[in-house]
Ligand binder design. Structure first.
Ligand SMILES: NC(=O)C1=CN([C@@H]2O[C@H](COP(=O)(O)OP(=O)(O)OC[C@H]3O[C@@H](n4cnc5c(N)ncnc54)[C@H](O)[C@@H]3O)[C@@H](O)[C@H]2O)C=CC1
Ligand SMILES: N[C@@H](CC=O)C(=O)O
Ligand code: NA
Length: 470
């Protein structure tokens, strides 16, 4: 007996009569650009689930070809040799739907523009391109009456862009905060839970298909920044670009930061945050930021492990929503790609114009200094009477208030390990001071830290990390 998959069964049970070759509309031709981690999985689904897809769409989705650099190269999912081509233009021109999964700016951008100009619909997971040139591409697609869909570009398999665009279209989203990069979440989780080194955890994330072709984009926060811009675009119905996102990655996070976070009851996560705020001068706008953040261990985002993603959305009427699921990897991301493909294909079968996201509002991007955050500041300080008072008064002078201040004597071993510290002498008794502040405007907190650095009693500002969710 041959094993059947749920997709086979559905194809058998539900295939409507209009999908029979005699009565169905012509097959829709799909061009696949790129056959890497995600592209290979899209090829697999198009091939193995062809019956189910035809039943849902009302006609066959035919893989017309796959653009690759080397048709004989190794693939996670191998198709017949004749489907691979190095002629991207001819393939694009032959397709009803172009699925771009190469990544990078060029030639992806030119090929997408070519597809749109040709009247073809486009599906892409390319957040780097959308966060740089999204407005231009959305406008081109809208002008051509075709569709550009990109659910896979943010948080992998999680349906987040469609809910923001459609389900919440009648509400006012005020804040989006999420773990939007699987690679960095995987690395931070491994470092925190198994003590793995940064390099080993990154190598694992690459092997598992989570990382970008150049993982610098992940670890320096650029990938999450691109996603923050796209999320803000959909959430606030206004165009934002990656260069409007304040971005700090995880490469400077040390084992000591993890230890300090853990001792204080926090976990470190790379968060992407987009929020509507009113600046000090009264301008209403949004601040977009990506940075390592301390979250209380009991916060729902703190429980997001491995390459999973989660996005919190706050809206005036809906309240708080959380979207959670696999944020990276071949098959999960291909699921989001295929959702867009089926949705477009159904429309092509039914008829009617394509609908592409076209932001209608103007919401200015404000400088990160206008955001409100809390900090955890770890200082190395002289261990003598009056130190705490002088630090507390310096913090208060900047209008920042302290939630907690904990002084830990520095172990002799630590002093020996830190002999490189300029201020260190054998005679200097020192301690470590961990300060957690209340929420304040980021520029006031930054000025506080700058002032603390100048105090005689402060030997070193060891680390400064933002805190959310207190
Ligand atoms: N891997 C993941 O978990 C996710 C990836 N994405 C996005 O999906 C896209 C694809 O990602 P992956 O499959 O992971 O990348 P990948 O690096 O595994 O695959 C890309 C493929 O495109 C090919 N390619 C790149 N430039 C080319 C060119 N000029 N000519 C011919 N072939 C070219 C590469 O040789 C490679 O086979 C990227 O935009 C990525 O940001 C989005 C969400 C999740
Ligand atoms: N490199 C990205 C892939 C998905 O967008 C990530 O790690 O999240
Ligand atoms: Na998604």
């Amino acid at each position: 007996m041959t094993a059947t998959t749920p997709a086979d069964r559905e194809a058998t049970q539900q295939a409507p009569s209009q999908t029979s070759p005699e009565s169905s509309p012509e097959a829709l031709k799909i061009a696949l650009l790129g056959a890497g981690t995600v592209g290979s999985q899209v090829a697999r689904i198009l091939t193995e689930d062809a019956g189910m897809l035809a039943a849902r769409v009302g006609t066959r989705l035919e893989l017309a070809g796959v653009f690759v650099r080397n048709p004989d190269g190794d693939r996670d999912y191998r198709l017949p040799r004749e489907l691979y081509t190095t002629d991207a233009e001819a393939l694009v021109d032959s397709a009803d739907i172009v699925v771009e999964l190469m990544g990078g700016i060029e030639p992806a951008k030119t090929l997408i523009e070519r597809a749109i100009a040709h009247g073809s619909a486009v599906v892409t997971g390319n957040k780097a391109l959308l966060a740089q040139s999204g407005s231009e591409l959305f406008r081109a697609a809208a002008d051509a009456g075709t569709q550009l869909s990109f659910e896979a570009s943010v948080a992998g398999a999680i349906p987040i862009l469609r809910p923001l665009r459609d389900s919440l279209a009648g509400d006012t989203v005020t804040r989006v905060m999420g773990i939007a990069n699987g690679t960095t979440n995987y690395i931070l989780d491994q470092m925190d839970s198994t003590g793995a080194t940064f390099d080993d955890a990154l190598a694992d994330a690459q092997a598992l298909g989570y990382a970008e072709a150049d993982p610098t984009a992940d670890v320096e926060g650029h990938d999450a920044a691109a996603k923050a811009a796209i999320l803000a675009n959909l959430a606030f119905h206004a165009p934002f670009r990656i260069d409007e996102v304040h971005c700090e990655g995880i490469t400077r996070i040390t084992a000591a930061d993890n230890e300090a976070a853990s001792e204080a009851g926090y976990v470190i996560k790379l968060l992407a945050i987009a929020e509507r705020i009113t600046a000090r001068d009264g301008t209403a706008g949004a601040v977009l930021r990506v940075h390592p953040t301390l979250l209380p261990r009991e916060h729902p985002l703190a429980a997001v492990r491995g390459a999973f993603n989660a996005v919190f959305v706050e809206a005036e009427n809906a309240g708080e929503l959380m979207f959670y699921g696999p944020g990276a990897g071949g098959a999960p991301t291909a699921s989001a790609v295929m959702g867009d493909v089926v949705s477009i294909a159904r429309r092509l079968v039914r008829g009617g114009a394509g609908r592409t996201h076209t932001p209608k509002s103007v919401v200015p991007a404000l400088p990160v200094g206008e955001a409100h955050t809390s900090y955890m500041v770890v200082l190395r300080v002289a261990d003598r009477p009056g130190v705490l008072a002088s630090i507390a008064s310096s913090v208060a002078e900047h209008g920042v208030s302290i939630v907690s201040m904990r002084q830990v004597p520095l172990a002799e071993d630590d002093l020996v390990a830190e002999e490189s510290s300029e201020e260190y002498t054998d005679e200097t008794p020192e301690s470590v001071l961990r300060i957690i502040t209340h929420e304040a405007r980021e520029q006031d907190l930054a000025a506080t830290v700058a002032a603390l650095e100048q105090l005689d009693v402060v030997t070193e500002v060891v680390s400064v990390l933002r805190v959310e969710g207190n």
